[in-house]
Design a protein around this ligand. Structure first.
Ligand SMILES: *Cc1c(COP(=O)(O)O)cnc(C)c1O
Length: 449
């Protein structure tokens, strides 16, 4: 077993600590198994999928998602918490996945009218949808109120005034919570922390009570309570505890002023085991919520995204060629790139990589840089990664890409969006066709033609 890395900041691409070996990764990724037909996810041979669908190809395990949805629910119910769950749609917004999530009784957390529309297509009742985000447009707010949205998380005093005005004009009552920035360091990567006072998200903690009292007097507003979301890929409970202690103090302070508080929305952010660091445990989060907010008689809400879908997905790729560098570390150039999976370029994110064939697992390990073909130096999936020696045409899987994977894809370098496959009951189905070349210029017009 490779050395356990104890600093969450080290879970990024350029880490100097020892990477887990493929064998380590199989141990820390229990959903992936190695059979005679190679790497499997939910009893499906990933090589078979790649042979049939081609690469790059996203594969997501519906069984894994369901199991994790159940575990999260069970963790909260076990400590006696009645929680409203709103899956954060931005982690993976495919409507087949949203339907699966709806069938488990989850609502949704959305950040745009497009995401709201996807939840409606998947049949999630608008009453179970929470609208977050710092820049909701007039049309966003009108559409949400028109559909009867369950809750709008308000991120500024300015937005509060806008929502009150729109609701009043429409003759509607907007159900809102104030999203508070508790000024807590989530101890995660700087690009995915949201709960520090210099981040753009939420209402400053010090302004919370005055604005809450103001909101209670505004027309067109049904004031539900408070919300917070301190960041993403959080692996320890301390930041959550600190944030929820602050939220509990707000609930008490508001009630002392005679204001009603019915809801505390605890956000998302539970981290997963990309590397050898163990993932965050929902049972631990349940205890933290129970001890900090459990006696306040409020409706608790959660907005998990990454934790639910991240470990369920892989990105299948194929080696285009192996570029030797003399004595230096060779480049493995693969057919997936930063336009497919942006996280390594955007956040220096570390993703496990495994070959698909059982034979490839037997090859001697060597250090390799794994890169995509896009014309950017940041188009790099792994540096100095210990991998079995792979050759042209070999397949590999990039692990833990179910969250913030396909949703961030672009067609940069005119690369069509990859196909998407869902596994259910040990069968796989295409849920999004690979884009065609003609799709690339659909909607483009040229006055010269
Ligand atoms: C992104 C986001 C989430 C989900 O975060 P995860 O880290 O994927 O769990 C929840 N709530 C809000 C407001 C968000 O912006």
């Amino acid at each position: 077993m490779a050395k356990i890395i104890s600093d969450p900041h080290q879970t990024h691409i350029n880490q100097t600590l020892i990477d887990p070996t493929p064998a380590d990764l199989l141990t820390t990724h229990p959903y992936m198994t190695l059979g005679s037909s190679g790497l499997m996810l939910e009893n499906v041979s990933l090589k078979r999928v790649a042979d049939n669908v081609g690469t790059p190809c996203w594969v997501i395990g519906g069984g894994v998602i369901k199991e994790r949805l159940h575990r999260l629910k069970a963790a909260m119910y076990t400590v006696g918490l009645n929680v409203h769950f709103h899956y954060a749609v931005k982690a993976n917004d495919h409507y087949a996945i949203l339907s699966l999530i709806k069938n488990e009784g989850y609502g949704a957390d959305i950040v745009s009218f497009g995401e709201l529309s996807r939840t409606q297509k998947a049949g999630i009742p608008a009453q179970k949808v929470v609208f977050s985000g710092i820049g909701k447009t007039t049309v966003d707010i009108e559409q949400a109120l028109g559909l009867g949205i369950g809750q709008i998380n308000v991120e500024s005093a300015e937005e509060l005034a806008i929502i009150s005005a729109i609701a009043t004009r429409m003759g509607k009552i907007a159900p809102i919570a104030l999203r508070i920035n508790p000024d807590i360091d989530a101890q995660t990567h700087s690009k995915i922390t949201t709960g520090l006072s210099h981040n753009k998200f939420g209402i400053p903690f010090v302004d919370a009570i005055a604005l809450y009292a103001h909101a209670a007097r505004l027309p067109g507003i049904n004031l539900l309570g408070f919300a917070t979301h301190i960041g993403s890929q959080i692996l320890t409970m301390d930041p959550y505890r600190a944030a929820y202690v602050r939220m509990a103090s707000l609930v008490r302070a508001a009630r002392e002023q005679g204001l009603s508080v019915r809801v505390v929305d605890c956000g998302g952010g539970l981290g997963i085991a990309y590397n050898t660091l163990p993932e965050a445990q929902p049972e631990d989060l349940a205890k933290v919520i129970h001890t900090t907010l459990g006696t306040l008689d409020v409706q608790i809400a959660l907005e998990p995204g990454r934790w639910v879908v991240g470990p369920a997905g892989v990105l299948l790729s194929r080696v285009i060629l192996r570029k030797e560098q003399g004595m230096a570390v060779p480049f493995l150039i693969i057919d997936s790139a930063m336009n497919d999976l942006l996280r390594p370029s955007l956040y220096e994110a570390w993703h496990g990589i495994l070959p698909l064939s059982a034979k490839a697992f037997q090859q001697p390990l060597e250090k390799t840089h794994v890169v995509g073909p896009v014309c950017e130096s940041s188009d790099c999936f792994a540096q100095n990664r210990l991998l079995p020696r792979l050759q042209r045409q070999d397949y590999l899987a990039i692990l833990d890409t179910g969250a913030y994977g396909s949703v961030m894809s672009s067609t940069y370098n005119s690369r069509p969006l990859a196909a998407h496959v869902l596994i259910e009951n040990s069968c796989w189905k295409i849920i999004r066709e690979r884009q065609t070349i003609e799709d690339l210029w659909r909607g483009e017009l040229s006055p010269l033609h």
